[in-house]
Ligand binder design. Structure first.
Ligand code: AMP
Ligand code: GLY
Length: 452
């Protein structure tokens, strides 16, 4: 099969890496792609991921057999509908289902109507009314969200009334996120560990992928501004079997059924952003696509043929496909441009990568790079996702950082603590004996003796 992947970040690189492992994939194309994707052997075309007409013409010109639409914007704009109208097999939800990410108001109303656990909320279009509500609630931190897409930056956690009022004015009156923030959601502040669960679904069957944990803030210790994600680990130790079962019963299946009941069948990758609160798991957000950088740690763990899975979703036969997950763990450390997520320079030469844009012992997913005369240059805020698998989470993290240590450029920035929270959670869990230095001593202290 000839497959065109739309997008050009680390997520798309990870998807392409996995598609290339399939015997069914003869040729992979990407638009717009990036330096690392090109070096991986996928031919890249300079067509923007949001140019619907341009992508449809490219798909026709290349006479591809399948188009995978990976980013949120083109999905919300209806790229899949346009491609299907021309007879292409696609991966990704149609416009009427992608709204689950495209509008926070839609997703909150869906959850309310179908009793899916989420934070309590109200919707506002007028600053005065929103401020009146904040004053009446007088509960901080307050969570203020733009209705529409805002590059992952449309959520403000306001610590006090002053910050909350400022956020309301910026969003509604100053249109900080354009029309995306003309409507806002103010919701209850939840606490607990966060878990990302991506799932494959054809609208009939839902297959959760291995869980993961994102690190959204720019600096170590979860400090600094929110970013698109500075690193990930998989699996997420907070997502126990018990939590998984509860999520399936109360969140995953009810969401798939709710979308069907609304005439908005979801086909593609549905991403559940969850918080494990003291009152059980609740939905923080839905995404209508693979997460970035979650995909970079989830797909390397997939024991299955991604082309076959995508075909089955399109044909509504997902129930017939075998999907399993590898043992062990995976970690991805994002290397970013100094200054990201605010101002940063581009076009800086990257040192330490081989001619394929890789380093030994890791899989380097390129997020924002450009390949020019055999050299790689920075071309975005998030530049590389250095990824490694291991038998244990500690092993995966160590290998990923070993990879990071081989790469550098002027003003490079990355977090040094990716996975530390997950490691601490595992090591504090007495049931997780793998991580005890001296298993027998530990068991004896707890009154358990191993039979020789
Ligand atoms: P979102 O873009 O909706 O995923 O929100 C970005 C981040 O804001 C999440 O990953 C959470 O860390 C935080 N957040 C969003 N909603 C809430 C909430 N209701 N309570 C606490 N934190 C939240
Ligand atoms: N990493 C979160 C997202 O993809 O939105």
């Amino acid at each position: 099969m000839k497959i065109l992947v739309v997008g050009g970040g680390g997520r798309e690189h990870a998807i392409i890496m996995k598609l290339m492992q399939s015997e069914k994939a003869q040729k992979i194309y990407c638009a717009p792609g990036n330096g690392g994707i090109a070096a991986e052997g996928a031919e890249c075309f300079d067509v923007s991921a949001t140019d619907i007409d341009g992508i449809v013409s490219l798909a026709k010109k290349l006479s591809v057999d399948m188009v995978v639409v990976a980013p949120d914007d083109p999905l919300v704009m209806g790229m899949v509908d346009a491609l299907q109208a021309e007879g292409f097999m696609t991966f990704g939800p149609k416009k009427n289902a992608a709204i689950i990410e495209g509008s926070k108001v839609f997703s909150k109303e869906l959850m309310k109507k179908y009793n899916i656990p989420t934070a309590f909320y109200e919707v506002f279009t007028e600053a005065d009314k929103a401020i009146e509500y904040l004053k009446k609630q007088n509960s901080y931190p307050a969570v203020i969200k733009a209705d529409g897409l805002a590059l992952g930056k449309g959520v403000i956690i306001a610590e006090d009334e002053e910050a909350a009022i400022k956020a309301v004015h910026e969003m509604i009156d100053d249109k900080k996120f354009g029309e995306s923030s003309a409507r806002i959601v103010i919701e209850e502040y939840l606490t607990g560990p966060e878990v990302s669960v991506l799932s494959f679904t054809d609208g009939k069957t839902v297959v959760p992928m291995i869980s993961s944990m994102d690190h959204k803030r720019a600096y170590d210790g979860d400090k600094g501004l929110n970013t698109g994600g500075m690193g990930t680990v998989s699996p997420n130790p907070y997502y126990t079997e018990e939590v998984a079962k509860e999520c399936m019963e109360k969140i995953f299946l009810p969401t798939i059924n709710a979308m069907n009941a609304e005439g908005r069948t979801f086909e593609g990758c549905l991403y559940f952003g969850l918080m494990i609160t003291p009152k059980g798991p609740k939905v923080i957000e839905y995404n209508c696509r693979f997460g970035d950088p979650e995909t970079q740690v989830v797909l390397p763990m997939l024991d299955g043929d991604l082309v076959e899975i995508f075909e089955a979703i399109y044909n509504h036969t997902l129930a017939d496909v075998k999907i399993s997950w590898k043992e062990g763990a995976c970690a991805c450390v994002v290397m970013a441009s100094g200054g990201y997520p605010e101002k940063y320079d581009k076009g800086i030469e990257i040192y330490g990568l081989d001619e394929k844009g890789q380093v030994e012992g890791c899989e380097v997913f390129h997020a924002g790079t450009k390949l020019s005369e055999g050299k790689f240059f920075t071309n975005g805020g998030r530049v590389l996702g250095v990824t490694a698998t291991g038998l244990s989470l500690r092993g995966a993290i160590n290998s990923a950082y070993e990879g990071v240590s081989k790469i550098t450029w002027d003003k490079v920035h990355y977090r040094k603590d990716i996975g530390q929270k997950a490691l601490a959670a595992i090591e504090n869990d007495p049931l997780n004996l793998d991580y005890k230095d001296d298993l027998e001593d530990y068991l004896e202290e707890n009154g358990v003796y191993l039979r020789q």
